[in-house]
Design a protein around this ligand. Sequence first.
Ligand code: ADP
Ligand code: MG
Length: 256
Amino acid sequence: MTATAEGTNAGGATAPVVEMVGLRKSFGDREVLKGIDLTVTPGEVVCIIGPSGSGKSTLLRCVNQLEEATGGTVTVLGTEITDPDVDIDAVRQRVGMVFQQFNLFTHQTVLENCTVAQRKVLRRSKAEAEEVAMRNLAHVGLADRAPAHPSHLSGGQQQRVAIARALSMDPQLMLFDEPTSALDPELVGDVLSVMRALAERGMTMLVVTHEMAFAREVADRVVFMDDGQIVEQGAPAQVIGAPQHERTQAFLERVL
Ligand code: ADP
Ligand code: MG
């Protein structure tokens, strides 16, 4: 399939941002993804929910080849990344990822955290990188903390910096792996607000989360995973509000 950077093909039809077909992943003889078919279209917000150990992080990590698939295909922004000859760095540049642990560079300021990859990878000038960084720090409500070191920020602020850092690379897809799970409860709301605003601005997002209220309000689609498989997916009102499968019902009873 051919697709332009905007995710549309020559005919104007919408090409998927992510397309997984029969994705399998094993660690040794343990298969943790057992044939995943999943498509994310431009501007879509897809939330993945499911029990611990069901394969959610592994699935997300297969989108930028932090894990290598052992079967099936994964196509990201028109490039089949499961092709052994792929230039994975070219794809990774266009995909932002935010983890549970914020992974900021502790010896750098907030501003430096948000400019270093722009300068190294995108070869932007210092002035341009700082302008982009400041714009994204403003989006997450932290422009005034640009000179600070991460250790002087709360966990919620650090996670918002991690989001601004990812956005400063102008990604066409954002991956979030339980971005609020390591935060004190009172800090969760600000991070979710930033993510909600990002969704409203049209960012394509694949979000692993345990925040059911967020998934319900912000997701276009909710995917429930269990034991390496997608058990059911659909609109949030359907999957969270009226789950069809016993395993989805049992999971939601535990978390809601
Ligand atoms: P989730 O994010 O849904 O909690 P994961 O994708 O992290 O699930 O893990 C799915 C399964 O794969 C778990 O049983 C986990 O122990 C196993 N797993 C994940 N990463 C590795 C690894 N690098 N080596 C071996 N097993 C792993
Ligand atoms: Mg996980």
